[in-house]
Design a protein around this ligand. Structure first.
Ligand SMILES: C[S@@+](CC[C@H](N)C(=O)[O-])C[C@H]1O[C@@H](n2cnc3c(N)ncnc32)[C@H](O)[C@@H]1O
Length: 263
């Protein structure tokens, strides 16, 4: 059989199922519809069977109804995080100044920007691959992306004390639990995107320690956490001088902490 012969849908389903893909039929349909030609289809099926997340195979993820570019190794924006963006949309004032810290692909900031009018959007990440990827998604909606550790690369002189919405979907998996993650995350997403230190809250503590200085009066910090970590995360927010509250979405299994600076 020639390498350019197209794979049949049933062969794709069988191969995906054998590789452990739970939604083999759905994935086969998506792969078939995304394939440019038989060789492209075969290459995508092979990569998926090797364990690459479907989003990395395609080079994009769907997030709040939009395609977000996702490069190899970059954290795939999760559907549950749409809940965080929904909260941010509800809290943002008009002409909001938005910062997306630990932005990964930049999905959160980009999705928020298209849901609001006249946003000033800044995003940053420490991982050069994430920054390259975010530049594609964030500049497309008029934002800017910086590379570096947390707040360090942001333009402090013009931004500090003006941020209305600070999105910070930081890594929050405890180091000891990384090996329990599915291989798609454990192997194909950067360790720096997942590892939150011994209790999962190391990066968050560094974010909350400085958040009040960057937020405008009445501004909000929003981040995701696990249900188990929420009480400690709330304490961390309060220690940073913000008023914390927790919102949850059962359907998406999402827990979001919001910390608000007093006016
Ligand atoms: C869980 S991923 C979230 C990405 C994106 N916010 C999202 O929800 O799709 C965490 C991101 O934080 C970045 N990161 C980890 N430590 C960082 C640090 N000290 N400074 C800046 N970014 C960091 C990682 O590179 C990764 O892109």
């Amino acid at each position: 059989m020639s390498r350019s012969t197209s794979l049949s849908p049933s062969v794709i389903v069988t191969r995906l199922r054998a590789a452990g893909c739970v939604f083999a039929e759905d994935e086969a349909e998506l792969l078939l519809s995304a394939a440019r030609d038989p060789a492209h289809l075969r290459a995508m099926v092979d990569r998926r069977i090797d364990g690459l997340p479907l989003e990395h195979v395609f080079g994009w993820a769907e997030f709040r109804g939009r395609r977000i570019a996702v490069d190899p190794g970059v954290f795939v924006p999760r559907r549950r995080t749409e809940f965080l963006v929904e909260q941010a949309v509800a809290l943002a004032p008009s002409r909001a100044v938005v910062v997306d810290l630990c932005c990964g692909s930049g999905a959160l900031g980009a999705a928020l920007a298209v849901s609001l009018e006249r946003v000033e959007l800044h995003a940053s990440d420490v991982d050069p691959a994430a920054v390259r990827c975010a530049r594609r998604n964030v500049t497309a909606v008029g934002g800017q992306v910086y590379e570096g550790d947390l707040y360090a690369p942001l333009p402090a002189a013009t931004l500090r004390g003006r941020v209305d919405v600070l999105l910070a979907n930081v890594p929050y998996v405890p180091t000891g639990e990384i090996e329990l993650l599915p291989p798609e995350a454990r192997i194909h997403e950067a360790r720096v995107a997942l590892d939150g230190g011994a209790d999962g809250l190391d990066v968050l503590r560094r974010v909350t320690a400085q958040a009040a200085r960057w937020l405008a009066p009445g501004g909000h910090l929003l981040f995701e956490t696990s249900e188990r970590q929420a009480p400690q995360a709330v304490e961390t927010v309060a220690r940073g001088g913000l008023v914390p509250r927790v919102v949850t979405c059962d359907e998406l299994y999402a827990t979001v902490v919001i910390g608000t600076r007093g006016k």
